[in-house]
Write a protein that binds this ligand. Structure first.
Ligand code: FAD
Length: 326
């Protein structure tokens, strides 16, 4: 019996949504493969993380706390995880497939001489290997890959799995990190927190409602925002809408924007060009509203409405409001 580690992505002890989703994935894999699950927490603020990790089924946590993990770029964190992995030989390491998580995973993989897969949207056990599903080459291909050798390092995309409450007793093992001078080469001079606004971020949201050129004018994004707010969703945008200056680039979905895998993706007035699909086609359920029955998005969606968005979207928002008693 080996261990499966979920490397907790967090902001000063506040685990991100994908970390809790990875715990659900880790628990399922551990059960199916006869392994044990452990969370690995590197940074500061473990006291704030503890409750959420226990509530989401982490029976054990390796904890390395030190101010230098926050003060310097990834190297001290890489060294701490790699040293622990060399000592304990876990079978599998799960990282968050977000920019910082992928940065970390690739550097740890190089140090422990292991293979790494990024942007994974599904994982199934296959004997003692993981069969991982990924969308590659700008969404042109979906592949199933396995990491050879040990440990297997996999970066899990946000929303690929659903976080589940599974309360348990959490035991904690403290690790004393050794932070070398070399690892302190790059100090972080300043951190500027992006204004979150009232809606979830596109890359973390379980539901996304995206608008495209079909909205005709920037003011009409209001229709998309109203629908998103009833659903508690993030607002996304096609590049055509972003290039026209209708919505910020940070909300763009696609090859040159964010790659997302929410449970529900709604495309409003978006044609479904290959570069847009590259960013959203691994979404679990895709709904399209478009007045052109020949629009490529209809070849991809699970549920399509051929109609004028200016009629369909307000009607849908009203109906959802009624059902939710708003
Ligand atoms: C290198 C490169 C990278 C790119 N990266 C991206 C990227 O990251 N993301 C991205 O999105 N695109 C990207 N693109 C651009 C992409 O090729 C498309 O041009 C873009 O996605 C089109 O956006 P759209 O669907 O909003 O607009 P359009 O293609 O113009 O589609 C608008 C749709 O709205 C429908 N419509 C119009 N009026 C209504 C109405 N009243 N009711 C209902 N439906 C209506 C139309 O039928 C049409 O299907 C990239 C292109 C290149 C070359």
């Amino acid at each position: 019996m080996g261990e499966i580690w979920t490397i907790i992505d967090h902001t000063r002890g506040e685990p991100s949504k994908v970390s809790l989703q990875m715990l659900a994935a880790g628990r399922a894999l551990a059960g199916g493969m006869g392994h044990e699950l452990a969370a690995v927490f590197v940074g500061t603020g473990f006291d704030s993380a503890k409750e959420a990790l226990a509530a989401h089924g982490a029976p054990k946590a390796y904890v390395a706390e030190h101010e230098d993990f926050e003060a310097y770029h990834v190297q001290p964190t890489v060294d701490a995880i790699a040293a622990l992995a060399k000592e304990r030989s876990p079978e599998i390491l799960l990282f968050a497939s977000v920019p910082s998580g992928k940065d970390l995973a690739s550097a740890v993989a190089a140090k422990v001489e292991a293979g790494v897969l990024a942007d994974v949207v599904d994982i199934e056990p296959d004997g003692d290997r993981l069969a991982c599903t990924m969308s590659v080459f700008g969404g042109a291909l979906t592949t199933r890959c396995q990491v050879q050798g040990s440990p297997q390092i996999v970066c899990v995309k946000p929303n690929a799995f659903v976080a589940e409450e599974a309360p348990t007793e959490l035991s904690e093992e403290r690790i004393e990190p050794e932070i070398s001078d070399d690892a302190r080469a790059v100090r972080i001079a300043e951190r500027v927190e992006e204004e979150a606004g009232g809606r979830p971020a596109v890359e973390e949201a379980g539901i996304i409602v995206s608008g495209g050129r079909g909205l005709a004018e920037p003011e009409n994004f209001r229709l998309v925002e109203e629908l998103a707010d009833v659903l508690g969703a993030a607002v996304g945008a096609s590049r055509a809408a972003v290039d026209a200056g209708w919505y910020p680039h940070q909300n763009q979905v696609g090859q040159t924007g964010k790659t997302v895998s929410p449970q529900l993706y709604m495309a409003v007035g978006i044609s479904g060009a290959i570069q847009h699909r590259a960013g959203m086609q691994t979404s679990k359920t895709i709904v399209a509203i478009n007045k052109d029955p020949e629009a490529p998005i209809f070849g991809l969606c699970d549920f399509g409405v051929v109609g004028d968005l200016f009629t369909v979207v307000p009607a849908l928002t009203e109906e959802l409001k009624k059902r939710r008693g708003a």
